[in-house]
Design a protein around this ligand. Structure first.
Ligand code: DGJ
Length: 343
């Protein structure tokens, strides 16, 4: 007998399997395998395009924001350093409940395709977007590094949205307190105070600046840390009332040694401690560069180190490394792990 209607076929097969005691849930799609340093796919099987990213946890879901890198990569002429870049594709948003199956939500912040004077024009640099929720204005606030092709603009841009996935409305960019701002991250503390952390003074010194209560502006309260130490790619977390920052050195797109620093308060006395990475290639952060440290919801004191494995001559083909941070007494380490898994 030839069954023409697939639905009838499916029904009969299901009944037969049930008769033989086969658990039908076996037929559900397995989670994507996130192999560190290889292409990661979204729930539609397309490569995840969310570089230099950060994650917001909101109402049971993780929202991953990152740079959209598409098209060709070229080297900007006239720069002494290896200034490779692609057109700015804006910021995308993916969501997941389990940190493995990532659904593409939307382009959260769109590039401007027509006005070459806009901060968001595709010819500019849009990097390292991070999002936090502001309780006071009940909006989601995104900050990102906004720059010109030669990275001389050095500003931090801010955008807002009523929903986590966007679309975000761009407000403006700042040089906080007239200081340069390049690689950046955000940190929101338990007391709802939030901080913008950014490489300044031509990347020589890291700045930590408290944001206004609505998170939409930098305040005049800020601190210079790691003075003349040339750190970038900052990522901050808090553990048992101490603050930790992992950052990289400044070697363009090439991987270098990560360092962990610690302080008793965000605007306190930050001390550079040691390289937290352990294993082969730990001297170059396993070939990657920090972007964010994700506190796991429901799992107190467990964090994931998120990093980008840049492919400087083909930037859209850059990959991700996510590694659980191992905390034992006073030691904080990031051992290599082939696949991203959490216990
Ligand atoms: C390293 C930074 O961390 C990246 O975000 C990007 O700005 C590159 N430098 C540019 O070379």
């Amino acid at each position: 007998m030839i069954l023409k209607k697939p639905i009838i076929q499916y029904f009969i097969i299901t009944m037969v399997l049930l008769c033989f005691g086969v658990n039908i849930t076996l037929a559900t799609k397995p989670s994507a395998k996130l192999i560190n340093g290889e292409t990661w796919l979204d729930t539609k099987g397309r490569p995840i395009n969310a570089h230099g990213g950060g994650i917001l946890f909101h109402k049971g879901k993780y929202y991953w924001f990152g740079e959209i890198k598409t098209g060709k990569t070229w080297r900007v002429q006239g720069q002494k350093w290896e200034c490779y870049r692609t057109n700015a594709g804006g910021v995308c948003c993916y969501s997941s409940k389990n940190l493995k199956d990532w659904k593409f939500e939307k382009i959260a912040l769109s590039p401007n395709m027509t006005d070459s004077t806009s901060d968001l024009h595709f010819s500019r640099v849009l990097e390292r977007p991070k999002v936090i929720y502001n309780q006071k204005i009940r909006k989601f606030v995104m900050w990102l590094h906004v720059d010109s092709e030669d990275y001389s603009y050095a500003r931090a841009g801010v955008a807002v949205s009523n929903s986590p996935e966007g679309p975000y409305e761009y407000i403006k960019s700042f040089r906080p307190n007239e200081n340069m701002s390049r690689d950046m991250t955000l940190f929101k503390d338990a007391d709802e105070k939030a901080y913008l952390i950014y490489s300044s003074e031509n990347n020589a010194t890291m700045y930590i600046c408290m944001l206004s209560d609505d998170y939409l502006q930098p305040t005049t309260t800020y601190k210079r840390v790691f003075i003349n130490q040339f750190r970038e790619a900052p990522a901050v977390f808090k553990l048992k009332n101490r603050y930790y920052m992992i950052s990289s050195g400044c070697t363009g797109w090439a991987a270098n040694k990560a360092m962990l620093a610690v302080s008793d308060s965000m605007l306190g006395d930050w001390k550079m401690r040691y390289n937290p990475c352990k294993g082969e290639k730990s001297e170059i952060t396993f070939g990657a560069q920090s972007t964010y440290i994700l506190p796991l919801c429901k799992k107190k004191n467990q964090f994931v180190f998120m990093a980008d494995k840049w492919n400087k001559t083909d930037l859209p083909n850059s990959k991700y490394l996510w590694l659980p941070i191992v905390i034992k007494n006073d030691s904080i380490h990031i051992p290599w792990q082939n696949n991203f898994t959490t216990k």
